[in-house]
Design a protein around this ligand. Structure first.
Ligand code: NAI
Length: 276
């Protein structure tokens, strides 16, 4: 097999949730620029329109749909329609996610009492907990379910969940719901991997460290925030979304044929220090 064949995704049918921004947009670009047919799903109507038009401008086979991962009937409909349109569903990224705050600025702080008191566990709003779990955990479940339904009959496919280094490390600034949802998504991924590997479907996760994206209101785009973060990272900088593309291609292609049920950190060495 040549090097080109190993990472080949040409003609693949791909769906990316949360595809209009940040890490999901980078996944979409990585696959589309290598010849895959990519459908990006997102709740942000304006961004999905802009990004779809921009990527199509490069001559790439990209389409966008406004779909909320918490809307189960719409999710199943769009997965079925997309699979029918492409005649195949090869790769699905369960990526959509939110950080409900207090936000990235406080994330590096080990001092949990430095957070606004509304994020303390005894004050943590039920609605905020539900909202985060609905998107960051239930949304992943719905995505895996819709993907498996459309992949199993062909006995091949790849499902890639975006978790976080927060699935295994705790930090002061993000809050209980995000931590629980990401840990849940990681274990759900492993269970799905075990269930689906016999059907030729490899399920894995990408666990990013701090990437500069629009999450948490785009806090990470503020230079002072980046500077603060960088001090706490062995690599001394935050990541650009471009840097996730290699891993996305690896887990989407034949190159990862024997990689099953693992969560691969891409974190600039954060875990070497035992935390975020
Ligand atoms: P982002 O905010 O730039 O992109 C997330 C996209 O998901 C947005 O376009 C948003 O509109 C969409 N989205 C949000 N709720 C949705 C819903 N209910 N249905 C459909 N789409 C929805 O954020 P980023 O950073 O690219 O986040 C992507 C994933 O990466 C998330 O799961 C996040 O938790 C994870 N992550 C991000 C890290 C970072 O440092 N940026 C670190 C670790 C994990």
């Amino acid at each position: 097999m040549t090097k080109t064949d190993l990472f080949d995704v040409k003609g693949y049918g791909v769906i990316v949730t949360g595809g209009a921004s940040g890490i999901g947009l980078a996944y979409s670009e990585a696959l589309a620029e290598h010849g895959a047919r990519v459908t990006m799903l997102d709740v942000n109507q304006e961004r999905i329109a802009t990004e779809t038009a921009r990527l199509r401008g490069f001559g790439w086979d990209v389409r966008g749909e406004v779909v909320d991962v918490t809307d189960k009937p719409s999710m199943h409909r769009v997965f079925d329609e997309t699979t029918a349109l492409y005649g195949r569903l090869d790769v699905v990224f369960a990526n959509a996610g939110i950080d409900p705050g207090p936000g990235f600025a406080g994330w590096v702080s080990a001092d949990v009492d430095a957070r606004p008191q509304e994020y303390a566990i005894e004050n943590y709003a039920e609605e905020r907990w539900r909202h985060v779990l609905d998107i960051n955990l239930d949304g992943v479940f719905t995505t895996i379910k819709a993907a498996a339904r459309n992949m199993k009959s062909r006995r091949s496919g790849r499902i890639i969940v975006t978790t976080s280094i927060a699935s295994t490390t705790n930090t002061g600034g993000i809050g209980a719901a995000y931590m629980a949802a990401k840990a849940g998504a990681a274990h759900l991924m492993r269970n799905a991997a075990l269930e689906l590997v016999g059907y030729g479907i490899n399920v894995n996760a990408i666990a990013p460290g701090p990437f500069i994206t629009n999450i948490a209101g785009g806090h990470s785009k503020i230079p002072a925030v980046q500077e603060e973060f960088s001090k706490h990272l062995p690599i001394k900088r935050m990541a650009q979304t471009e840097e996730i593309k290699g891993l996305a291609l690896l887990l989407s292609s034949q190159a990862s044929s024997f990689i099953v049920g693992v969560e691969i950190a891409i974190d600039g060495g954060s875990k070497l220090l035992g935390g975020g």
